[in-house]
Ligand binder design. Structure first.
Ligand code: ADP
Length: 627
């Protein structure tokens, strides 16, 4: 703090910033080298911002080549990272690296585990950025001048403990110098070869030249500057793609898929899209941003360009570089822009095609993909009508043939292994595999070896109506409507018809008893072992959807369902006999109510009045006579 002048002002860091700095200085010991990556990334952002702002205000730019310059002084143990980017004014300095903890930092603090290695990794994931310099610095000085401002340069200095000082200083042109005074024990970083290695390792794909003095002291560019997406994919190694994903896109972990493309013709653009191997932690949060950056003629325009891809592909990261959009494109302009719409359409198609290819050629990878992103991709069936067919081929479900939750089936595969004479595709919805697997509605399907899809993701209830049919086969819920298995259920249907007349009067009586709860009572053709089950009308919502809506706080009118009874079951035979003997048997009411409650429980629902239910059971049990 030697150069403090008269107008030096001391200010306190805001609490969260203090916490973060404290951690940086006292708790994180591994991966310290990432400080350089963070500073270079900030410098690159500042150059991007200048380039973008000077599109509309050319006076901002002083005409010098946008670049990052790094100098190392071994004797003084300092590293200086300079850029001629946008720079910061006094208020910006206070806001950006002073009082306020950025949102990334907040998320970082929340995710801290106390485990060294995991926490150091988090630095990369959240880009806590600037403050990470205090892992290696005993003090830091920032000299910065805002482009287009007449203000003096601002000098910010701090040791990272509680406070920083602000004063005015000298800087010829716009941009920022960050001077790092290394801690004694970190002086190994004050070596040019070290810095060069770190640039190669972490910042090779930064889109601006990074200059470093060579052996003779003259500046040389040490990174690759031609944008990777502009090169031919045959020149690029898988390692380079991975590095680009991590360095230029700030991607975390590895990728499971790379889609690199150049379109020429009506539309001209390059795109480089990655699917991360690991889903982002905020994939389902409302503020989730898209991970695609928009460039126009190699000029960075914006991060997270929502207009480039539909919501349901929000898990990808990448770059799109268009030749057709104007450089001064604004967010408002992008919203109903014909070029954007065409790029978005083409890109969506490319991604879906690639997924199809993955599903066919790398089933194991596709399984991983589906585990991470299946629920998100399924949203597309509801929102992207144009790609309905492609999406239908990509969806996977659990099913009654699969041995466990990992055993998935596509609609195509389902159809290919349908039984001869089977007309429809059957499914059941529910909370989880354990519940639907035991549902009485599946009894006849099991007996006849007919596969049933298990739809156990809440979003399935919505998308199943959007699918409706596949390859000419209707999708039918096993818990709705009158079951018609056609040829396959001929025997059951005949039996049902016969029993229905035998049980006609009894069914009416049951309907009377349960008038408040059921719409109809009829003899079933879908049960083998259970005495009764409940089915919804062909076009009604169904019990599971009702449950979901209720959980979401939606008021929905209660729909009465149909009670189907198994005429071959001893309980029903006995009850029918009792009824025939005495149509007004007072106990009949209790038995029938229990039958209904049992059907509710069997499908994982609650009985409406648990107290009355247990009382009923106890009364029945009390009638057991002593031996
Ligand atoms: P992040 O980059 O994730 O926002 P940082 O802590 O790294 O968080 O940086 C905080 C902010 O400080 C940046 O968003 C930017 O506004 C400003 N900043 C940092 N470095 C520079 C720089 N070299 N030039 C201009 N602004 C910068």
């Amino acid at each position: 703090m030697s150069e403090a002048n008269q107008n030096t002002q001391q200010m306190e860091f805001q609490t969260e910033a203090k916490q973060l700095l404290h951690l940086m200085i006292h708790s994180l010991y591994s991966h310290k080298e990432v400080f350089l990556r963070e500073l270079i990334s900030n410098a690159s952002d500042a150059l991007d911002k200048l380039r973008f702002e000077s599109l509309t205000n050319p006076k901002l730019n002083d005409g010098s080549e946008p670049a990052i310059r790094i100098k190392v002084d071994k004797t003084a143990k300092t590293i200086t990272v300079s850029d001629n980017g946008i720079g910061m004014g006094r208020e910006e300095v206070i806001e950006n690296i002073g009082t306020i903890a950025r949102s990334g930092s907040k998320a970082f603090l929340e995710k801290m585990t106390g485990d060294q290695k995991a926490d150091s990794n988090l630095i990369g994931q959240f880009g806590v950025g600037f403050y990470s310099v205090f892992m290696v610095a005993s003090s830091v000085k920032v000299i910065t001048k805002r482009a287009g401002s007449v203000e003096d340069a601002v000098v910010w200095e701090s040791t990272g403990e509680n406070s920083f000082t602000l004063s005015t200083g000298e800087r010829q042109n716009h941009g920022t110098d960050i001077i790092i005074y290394l801690k004694d024990e970190e002086s190994e970083y004050a070596e040019t070869w070290q810095i060069k290695n770190l640039i190669k390792k972490y910042s090779d794909f930064i889109a601006f030249p990074i200059y470093l003095p060579d052996d003779k002291g003259s500046d040389e560019v040490v990174n690759q500057t031609k944008p990777l997406w502009r090169r031919s994919s045959s020149e690029i190694t898988p390692e380079q793609y991975e590095e680009f994903y991590q360095q230029a896109l700030g991607g975390f972990g590895k990728t499971m898929c790379t889609i690199h493309n150049r379109a020429e013709g009506i539309l001209e653009y390059s795109s480089l899209i990655f699917i991360p191997a690991q889903a982002a932690f905020d994939l389902f949060s409302f503020e989730r941003k898209h991970g695609v950056k928009l460039y126009v003629k190699r000029v960075f325009i914006m991060d997270n360009c929502k207009e480039l891809l539909p919501e349901y592909l929000r898990f990808v990261r990448g770059v799109v570089d268009s030749e057709d959009l104007p450089l001064n494109v604004s967010r408002e302009m992008l919203q109903k822009n014909a070029v954007m719409e065409r790029i978005s359409k083409a890109l969506t198609g490319k991604i879906l095609d690639k997924l199809k290819e993955m599903a066919e050629n790398e089933p194991q990878t596709y399984k991983e993909f589906w585990k991470s992103y299946g629920p998100v991709l399924k949203e597309g069936l509801h929102s992207d009508y144009a790609n309905k067919e492609k999406l239908q081929e990509l969806v996977r479900f659990q099913s009654s043939i699969g041995e466990n939750a990992d055993d998935l089936v596509s609609l195509k595969q389902y159809v290919s292994r349908m039984r001869e004479d089977q007309k429809d595709i059957y499914y059941i919805t529910g909370d989880n595999r354990q519940i639907v697997e035991k549902s009485p509605h599946l009894e006849v399907f099991r007996a006849k070896s007919i596969e049933v899809l298990y739809l156990v993701d809440p979003v399935d209830e919505w998308i199943i109506n959007d699918i409706n049919s596949f390859e000419g086969k209707q999708l039918k819920s096993v818990t709705k409507g009158d079951l018609d298995l056609g040829e396959l259920g001929k025997e059951e249907a005949a039996k049902q018809k016969k029993e229905a007349s035998k049980f006609k009067k009894f069914s009416e009586r049951v309907k009377n008893i349960l008038a408040e709860s059921v719409e109809e009572v009829r003899v079933t053709s879908r049960l083998k072992d259970s005495p009764a089950c409940l089915v919804a009308g062909e076009h009604s919502m169904g019990a599971h959807m009702e449950k979901i809506m209720k959980a979401m706080g939606q008021a929905i009118p209660k729909e009465k369902r149909i009670l189907e009874i198994n005429a071959e079951h001893p309980i029903l035979q006995n009850l029918n006999a009792r009824y025939e003997k005495n149509a007004t048997d007072p106990e009949l009411e209790q038995w029938v109510t229990l039958l209904y409650e049992g059907a509710l429980i069997a499908e994982g629902q609650m009985v409406p009045d648990p107290l009355a239910y247990s009382k009923r059971i106890n009364e029945m049990l009390a009638k057991i006579s002593a031996p």
